[in-house]
Design a protein around this ligand. Structure first.
Ligand code: NAG
Ligand code: NAG
Ligand code: NAG
Ligand code: NAG
Ligand code: NAG
Ligand code: NAG
Ligand code: NAG
Length: 454
């Protein structure tokens, strides 16, 4: 075995002479499995240091402000991946505890506490964590607890029931509850995560119904123009104008969620040419988010305006690129170089903070940019550990070693009693939704004015 390298210490000479300060970094050699694992561990440890929910008196599964509930679900998903790729089970217990604490009484990730911020996309990030647990044979909860596969099926079933044909000829709304701003917004990430979960459930269970829904979500997003012919994935549209205008912002996680979904549909259809072509289209257009194969959040990174949510989006693109390679091995040659270049660049930014190992956001700059947090750590973690995809066993399905117990009718009880819901606080997410609507309305008015002038 090669020597176990923890971190390289590069002392800057003048500071070293003062005898105290050294600049650390996270060293990473992609040709060395142990190096990838030890870099991942340093980054995971720091990510988890933001979380206190396992402590007595704290609430399991919640991250402190400014992190929304959904990002905690995403973080526990990344810890399931961490265990899968590295074999290190340090965080398995707190992950299981957190996920089970947030299932809500119907076991569908609709806890009453969270309804003031919970949209379909937020629910999905917890559902996808549970689904990853099933696919990776993460240790099952005890039999009197909800099971991973059934939790993911519950999320799918509640969302299929929300498919809304009253406007825009279909689609899922962003928000679940009418009292949240953003209820009128039909967005790409909500529909993309439904597509993602549906396609993966189809592969895992072999049940065609999930694939039919996934196909329906793909078709709708395409028909309404949230995906265009060049495989750009735009942010969303307003149903008060019947989705006749599109918000054209592009985010890494939207391309990513359609990438993994298309790879699973390709796999489910035994390599159909239709899904092969779509998969190639999505891969070809990832260039929107790449500089020399290094991922960047084109809509906000250069301007330095990425918010707390957006700082984590590259984590999901990285995670879903790795999963797409596994389900559609022919994509290896086009996708693996992205994981390699991005991992190397990400590790080079991990020189910030008090320990000199906090990761930054702008990987393409080659150095720490002064921002750090759960999103930055999660993004670096996912992209670095994903490079282990060739040394771990393939994920399982029900027919090939999967042990998680499912329930195809999970979550079919009605959405929780509206009188229980916490409607008290107007959150910044609500305000963001309202701002977005204002922008869309302005857009329509300017369009109208131009029309009159012409
Ligand atoms: C720095 O390292 C110490 C000791 O390993 C750890 O307890 C602490 O959480 C680290 N701080 C950060 C910001 O990662
Ligand atoms: C996780 O929990 C189990 C059961 O409570 C316990 O036996 C085990 O030691 C724990 N593992 C870790 C790494 O804390
Ligand atoms: C809901 O909030 C209460 C009070 O803060 C807390 O005890 C409980 O654990 C929370 N439940 C969830 C699922 O977050
Ligand atoms: C709304 O948009 C859908 C999809 O483009 C279209 O089929 C439908 O006719 C439109 N409805 C109205 C009232 O314009
Ligand atoms: C894929 O192949 C399997 C095994 O040959 C077969 O059972 C299944 O029906 C095929 N699926 C499709 C969608 O062609
Ligand atoms: C489907 O995925 C499995 C790995 O989970 C892989 O071995 C198989 O080759 C894939 N099928 C196709 C058609 O690429
Ligand atoms: C397939 O999934 C659908 C949707 O959840 C469910 O109604 C149906 O019973 C499932 N079929 C089988 C054979 O499990």
């Amino acid at each position: 075995m090669k020597p176990f390298r923890r971190r390289s210490i590069q002392c800057i000479l003048p500071l070293a002479l003062l005898g105290t300060q050294c600049v650390n970094a996270v060293s990473l050699d992609l040709s060395d499995t142990d190096s990838i694992k030890s870099a991942s561990k340093i980054i995971a440890d720091e990510m988890v240091s933001y979380y206190t929910g396992y402590r007595p008196g704290d609430v399991a599964g919640n991250l402190p402000s400014p992190y929304y509930w959904w990002e905690a679900g995403a973080m526990f998903g990344s810890l399931i991946d961490y265990w899968y790729f590295t074999g290190d089970d340090t965080y398995n217990n707190i992950t299981t505890q957190a996920i089970l604490h947030q299932t809500g009484s119907d076991n569908d990730f609709m806890p009453p506490n969270q309804t003031k911020t919970e949209g379909n996309d937020d629910q999905s990030f917890w559902g996808m964590a549970a689904l990853s647990a099933a696919e990776n044979n993460f240790p099952n909860p005890s039999s009197d607890e909800p099971q991973w596969l059934a939790l993911a099926q519950a999320v799918f079933n509640t969302q299929a029931a929300r498919w809304d044909t009253s406007t825009c000829a279909g689609g899922l709304r962003w928000q679940i509850f009418t009292f949240n701003s953003g209820y009128n917004y039909k967005n790409t990430i909500s529909n993309g995560c439904f597509f993602n979960i549906g396609s993966r459930l189809a592969v895992y269970t072999g049940n065609q119904t999930y694939a039919d829904w996934a196909e329906k979500a793909w078709d709708w997003v395409s028909a309404i123009g949230l995906r265009d012919a060049d495989y750009n994935f735009y942010d969303g549209s307003d149903d008060t104008i019947n989705c006749s205008q599109i918000d054209h912002d592009q985010w890494t996680y939207n391309a990513g969620t359609f990438l993994i979904g298309a790879a699973n549909m390709y796999n489910f259809t035994n390599g159909s040419s239709v899904w092969e072509e779509r998969l190639n289209g999505i891969i070809g257009n990832l260039k929107v988010f790449l500089k020399n194969d290094i991922m960047y959040e084109a809509a906000c990174e250069a301007a330095g305006t990425c918010d707390t949510d957006q700082q984590s989006f590259k984590a999901y693109l990285a995670r879903w690129i790795a999963a797409a390679i596994v389900k559609a091995p022919f994509t290896y040659d086009s996708l693996k170089p992205i994981l390699e270049a991005s991992a190397t660049a990400a590790a080079a930014t991990c020189t910030g903070g008090t320990n000199g190992t906090s990761c930054g956001n702008k990987w393409y700059t080659g150095s720490y940019d002064g921002t750090t947090g759960v999103g930055e750590q999660m993004s670096a973690l996912e992209v670095i550990q994903s490079n282990l995809l060739t040394v771990v066993a393939a994920p399982v399905t029900e027919d090939s070693g999967g042990t998680s117990k499912g329930d195809s009718s999970a979550g079919s009880t009605s959405d929780i009693d509206q009188s229980d819901l916490d409607k008290s606080v107007v959150t910044t997410k609500d305000r963001a939704g309202a701002a977005l609507l204002t922008v869309l309305i302005c857009f329509v008015m300017i369009g109208g004015a131009l029309w009159i002038m012409i």
